[in-house]
Write a protein that binds this ligand. Structure first.
Ligand SMILES: Cc1cc2nc3c(=O)[nH]c(=O)nc-3n(C[C@H](O)[C@H](O)[C@H](O)COP(=O)(O)OP(=O)(O)OC[C@H]3O[C@@H](n4cnc5c(N)ncnc54)[C@H](O)[C@@H]3O)c2cc1C
Length: 290
């Protein structure tokens, strides 16, 4: 099936850059997305560059006030990492929400990001964590906010030959609470897949930090600054949470249009955002809840 496809497995970032310079080459991480597409013959790929030989891409750690993880860290490793479960429980829960155990064992954070699916589960969590990505390519290394990388459904702003090496995000503020929730596709109910991530920090009974991101409700997963503005300075509770949830749904409709099929999902979006805010307002995601 793949008899005309060349394959290489570099062991350093520099070797991968050389290989990815060649026209028709494509990065291969866990292959859970790419192999399906190659089988369908849709990609015009002539060589796959398997990144699994580059050990540096598998690290998870802390540097100063930042958490970093290599692009080849698997979703399973994220779920199992004591550091990430403690520092970024919403990301651990998002990783746990992806596909099946087999997909999570092979699928990587880098693949989930670079696939740039509107419904990619780690994306809202990473946006709420204010994550940045490190890209390496023929022009050197550059860092950009994740929100800037995402150009549209299944499209990124990576330049030709560039690949994702690392993801970094600042530690969450002291006393924060967070949440990630996903509504899976259930054909009988015809409910679109929606995922929501929230981070709240409350001091002196006021919300001081509010970050809300959602996926699958807009062409690109994104933060909802108008909803966040309604939360900032407000007392944490039902009134503020309902107002913010309504604003996320309104933002979705503004972007997608009232006649878009998603407009029917307004109550579902509101309910999921509300639940996420309640959980984040309550403090940490409870251990064992993913
Ligand atoms: C049955 C099934 C269920 C799924 N369920 C979910 C789900 O519930 N939620 C969800 O979010 N996703 C889901 N997925 C999609 C997929 O499994 C995830 O997106 C996964 O994280 C992809 O990672 P990967 O390592 O397998 O990527 P790959 O398949 O190896 O690559 C995906 C794309 O990203 C590019 N890429 C990978 N790594 C890099 C890199 N470091 N730099 C540059 N480009 C790179 C590849 O070239 C390719 O275009 C599902 C897939 C299947 C087949």
């Amino acid at each position: 099936m793949f008899k005309d496809l060349a394959y290489c497995r570099p062991t350093t970032v520099a070797e991968a850059i050389e290989a990815l310079k060649r026209p028709g080459s494509r990065a291969l991480a866990g292959g859970t997305d790419l192999v399906v597409r190659l089988r369908e013959g849709r990609e015009g790929v002539t060589m796959v560059v398997d990144l699994s030989g580059i050990r540096a891409l598998g690290r998870i750690g802390v540097q100063g006030e930042e958490i970093f993880l290599g692009s080849m860290v698997t979703l399973r490793q994220i779920m199992d990492s004591a550091l990430l479960r403690h520092e970024a429980p919403l990301l651990a829960r998002a990783a746990a929400a992806v596909g099946s155990p087999r997909i999570r064992n092979r699928g990587t954070i880098g693949g989930n990001i670079m696939n740039a699916s509107p419904a990619g589960d780690t994306l809202p969590a990473l946006l709420a964590l204010e994550a940045s990505v490190i890209l390496s390519g023929p022009g050197g290394e550059r860092r950009l906010p994740l929100a800037e990388l995402l150009a549209g459904p299944y499209r990124t702003r990576a330049l030709p030959g560039e690949f994702l090496t690392e993801i970094r995000f600042p530690r969450l503020p002291a006393g924060h609470g967070s949440s990630f929730l996903k509504l899976g596709r259930r054909n009988a109910l015809a409910v679109a897949r929606i995922n929501v991530a929230a981070v709240l920090q409350v001091t002196d009974k006021r919300i001081r930090v509010a970050r809300l991101a959602a996926g699958a409700v807009t062409p690109v997963p994104r933060r909802f600054p108008e909803a966040e503005a309604l939360l900032l300075g407000a007392a944490p509770g039902e009134e503020a949470f309902h107002a913010a949830a309504r604003e996320v749904a309104a933002g979705m409709v503004r972007e997608a249009g009232q006649r878009h099929p998603l407009a029917d999902k307004i109550p579902v979006v509101e309910a999921l955002v509300l639940r996420a805010l309640r959980e984040a307002g309550d403090g940490h995601i409870k251990p064992g809840s993913y």
